[in-house]
Design a protein around this ligand. Structure first.
Ligand code: GLC
Length: 513
């Protein structure tokens, strides 16, 4: 009995020891997992560092690259494309104009009635259409035929229902085309390359307006003329300037990112040998392609870039814009799940590129429920990671914060870089004079001048933390003395209307001019 009793006791003790050892083992493993996960996030945070000193280096690099890109074609990754827009709308434009605002996967057709004599936009009608998926990888002819057909239907409907006199003999169209275009003049230009994952192979090297115009003729819209072909940033600048004459630059932060600004005539003439009648010209920077050794790039950015269809291109855009932010976060989470067990066994969905879109990332980042319910739901439904502890959810929020914080602050540095180039950041001791429509951003005039930058794009308008980080960083870089003079103004949905305004300001038919 005694023996048996001893044996049982010993057996129970052995089991208890094994269980205890397993528990201790699990605890040690779990502690090790946590340590690893936290290390990965700390390493990420350090690599994404954007101290104000680092941002100032980016500001300087942006200004230097702007000079280099203007000085010679290919002189910088910044293309600094001349737009031939030398007259920004100022309120005197009059008449009815159409616009076609081509986005990534959709386009809008717009009709604008301008009152002239500063009476503004009397009326504008907009219709949204989406581009069928198959057309995005088909031929330019098919793509433009589809767009021209929708435009024709819109024009017919609009002219049927309006009592305004028919404009059949002189319909003019402004087109927003959000890709790098080498302009031949304000109304035509050649597509240099696709960005943002778009690809209609036979379009590269072709004149965008000519292709569209041919489709318009086919669809019985021959009486309509492409009067302005502009980048989306240029459309945004136009509408910003129409509403506020101190607007000298525009930035888009949506699926892609880019900026344009009003350059002084002498800077352009010196560098490009162009003869310009007026005082300045808008330059489309294509800043998505900006590169500098000062950019805080991480292993995740380098991998994302290397695995993209366009390695070494659009490096700035790949660290900033809506097309990419969610995927950077996914890459960090994937690494943590591979190197620690805190997300359970790795889900195959987590390895799928672009499965985590930036809007979902923003929702996780801004989840204000006490138990981070939205984070849990997105991890479960989108990434296939179930039962994540609150501590691990907090880590996810932390990762989103690091990536968005860096992106927003880099945009801020880019904006101040433009201001530096045109003498509006306070560093040269002379702030520019007032910008005039077509007058260029003057670097003379002395004193501090009100400087407005128009901003469009969902990252800025819909993502509160992104916007706050960006605004704070601009103020931080400029300092207390100069930041009150720099105003970032949202021009929601402005780029399409801006194209119509540019069609008007460059049209001989705009009566009041
Ligand atoms: C991409 C395009 C650029 C556009 C920007 C924002 O960077 O190359 O032309 O302005 O996206 O849409």
């Amino acid at each position: 009995m005694g023996k048996v009793g001893f044996g049982m006791t010993a057996g129970i003790a052995a089991v208890t020891c094994t269980v205890a050892a397993a528990v201790v083992g699990r605890r040690i493993r779990s502690r090790r997992d946590w340590r690893r996960a936290v290390e990965v996030v700390r390493e990420l945070e350090a690599a994404c560092g954007t101290s104000v000193n680092r941002l100032r280096q980016v500001v300087d690099a942006m200004a230097v690259e702007m000079h280099a890109g203007l000085a010679s074609e290919g002189g910088s990754k910044l293309k600094m494309l001349l737009t031939f827009v030398d007259k920004l709308p100022n309120g005197s434009e009059k008449g009815i104009f159409y616009a076609l605002d081509i986005g990534g996967t959709n386009f809008r057709v717009i009709r604008v009635h301008l009152g002239g004599r500063r009476s503004g936009i009397l009326r504008h009608n907009v219709e949204r259409n989406s581009i069928p998926q198959h057309l995005m990888t088909s031929t330019s002819e098919e793509l433009f035929d589809f767009i021209a057909m929708s435009l024709k239907q819109f024009v017919d409907r609009e002219e049927e229902k309006t009592s305004e006199p028919s404009l059949v003999s002189r319909r003019e169209l402004g087109v927003t085309f959000p890709f790098p275009v080498k302009q031949r003049c304000v109304s035509s230009g050649i597509l240099m390359k696709w960005t943002k994952g778009f690809s209609v192979a036979d379009m590269i090297g072709k004149d965008v307006s000519e292709s569209l115009q041919q489709s318009m003729i086919k669809k019985d819209l021959g009486s309509m003329r492409v009067a302005a072909l502009v980048n989306d940033t240029v459309g945004t600048l136009a509408v910003g300037h129409y509403n506020d004459e101190d607007t000298v630059a525009a930035v888009i932060i949506g699926t892609g990112t880019n900026a344009c600004y009003l350059e002084r005539a002498d800077a352009i003439i010196k560098s490009q040998g162009l003869l310009m009648a007026s005082g300045g010209m808008v330059v489309n920077m294509e800043w998505g392609d900006f590169w500098s050794s000062h950019l805080p790039r991480t292993r995740y950015d380098i991998d994302l870039d290397a695995e993209s269809p366009s390695p070494n291109d659009q490096v700035f855009e790949k660290m900033i814009s809506g097309m990419y932010l969610g995927d950077i976060v996914r890459r960090v989470v994937l690494r943590i799940s591979q190197e620690s067990g805190i997300f359970g066994s790795a889900s195959s969905r987590l390895s799928t590129p672009f499965i985590l879109g930036t809007p979902l990332m923003a929702t996780m980042h801004q989840d204000d429920t006490p138990d981070l319910r939205e984070v849990a739901a997105i991890l479960n439904d989108v990434l296939g990671i179930a039962d994540v502890s609150l501590k691990a959810r907090k880590l996810i929020v932390n990762i989103c914060d690091i990536i968005t914080h860096r992106a927003a602050r880099l945009v801020a540095a880019g904006i101040v870089g433009i201001l530096k180039k045109i003498g509006r950041d306070g560093s040269s001791g002379v702030a520019g004079g007032r910008a005039k429509g077509g007058g260029g951003a003057s670097s003379s005039g002395g004193g501090k001048s009100r400087t407005v930058v128009a901003i469009e794009g969902s990252l800025y308008t819909n993502y509160t933390l992104f916007r706050e980080y960006l605004n704070d960083a601009v103020a931080e870089i400029l300092g207390k003395e100069f930041s009150p003079f720099v105003i970032l103004k949202v021009t929601e949905d402005g780029s399409g209307i801006g194209a119509a305004l540019l069609a008007a300001s460059h049209s001989p038919n705009s009566a009041d001019m």
